[in-house]
Design a protein around this ligand. Sequence first.
Ligand SMILES: Nc1ncnc2c1ncn2[C@@H]1O[C@H](COP(=O)(O)OP(=O)(O)O)[C@@H](O)[C@H]1O
Ligand SMILES: [Mg+2]
Length: 369
Amino acid sequence: MYLRELTLLHFKNYAEAGVTFSPRINCFTGANGMGKTNLLDAIHYLSLCKSFFGSIDSQNISFEQPFFMIQGKFEKEGREEEVLVSVKRAQKKIVSRNKNEYEKLSDHIGLFPLVMISPLDSVLISGGSDQRRRFTDGILSQFDKQYLEKLINYNNVLQERNALLKQFAVNRSFDGALLEVFDEQLADLGNYIHDARLKFLADFVPVFERFYRLLSDNAEAVKLDYVSTLKGKEYTEALKVSIHKDCTLQHTSVGIHRDDLTFLLQGNEVKKYASQGQQKTYLLALKLAQYEYIKNKTGIKPLLLLDDVYDKLDNKRFTKLVELVSSDDFGQVFISDTSAERILQLFTSNRGCFIFEIRKDGIKQLKGK
Ligand SMILES: Nc1ncnc2c1ncn2[C@@H]1O[C@H](COP(=O)(O)OP(=O)(O)O)[C@@H](O)[C@H]1O
Ligand SMILES: [Mg+2]
């Protein structure tokens, strides 16, 4: 599967643009603010029906225009597939495939899988545990609708239990029987989620470690651990044990909503001790492992978008990354970089590679037919 053609109308800084891509490597070069990331984001829209940056759709309409449109022509299993995303101000977003409009956007997710690697990934290391849960949950729920459903239900029950704990505090009351009803629901849903996360990580971690070794040339040992407040405890029992604490805190202190991942490098916490380049390598390995997981689940090589990856990496690691994504384990790849020289030098001998320069007056092709 690959994206052959992309057409934009009034999307962010693009009034109008049309590009034909290589099925393998595509590089976007150009100065800051020219629209390299915007181009990647347009591709993200075609796959996931939304911006990578979580912005509201209308923000992506060019200033002072009434709508934007992104059209993509994919080649998938020997057939052309056309995906169209259009957003008009103050109207519902329309996504269609082969001219059929989706009623539920979730039906589109997974048909044209994509992984975007961006400087924003750093929140996985610097951010709170919610960021790391979102990472895991995002991958799992794409392929396991039951997981997503149970997660939503879990959060609803959790909110109700927390509201009850608040009520106890306000009224200076306690109703153990009522609490038990919530505990049983939480345990039922939470056990499913807990097991699914454990199973996912058992597959995911070895792949992550392999990518880290490849990128760093075996320079450092990394470890990724799943941390849970439930470790070794039966779910309802764990809730019972912490009931006094929960009443004081007025929220639920144990459960899968507190799960976290610890990132270690040479036995030390990545956030505190790893260099910027090591952190970047860690993030790259995480995202490449995500790529591999999706590839195995769907049987399709996802599109891989690499935004400003050169930033903070040394030459050796950047070259490793380029070698890696140029191998047959990967499919279509999009790379943005401010330096045309660096890109031209790296890819001159790569026959399947197209290089584009994004300029004020349009997109100019520097290499490729
Ligand atoms: N809705 C919009 N309408 C017009 N221009 C926009 C819009 N949103 C962002 N831009 C412009 O896009 C440019 C940034 O593009 P970006 O793709 O991030 O650049 P880079 O090439 O550095 O990755 C900025 O100049 C910004 O003003
Ligand atoms: Mg950019």
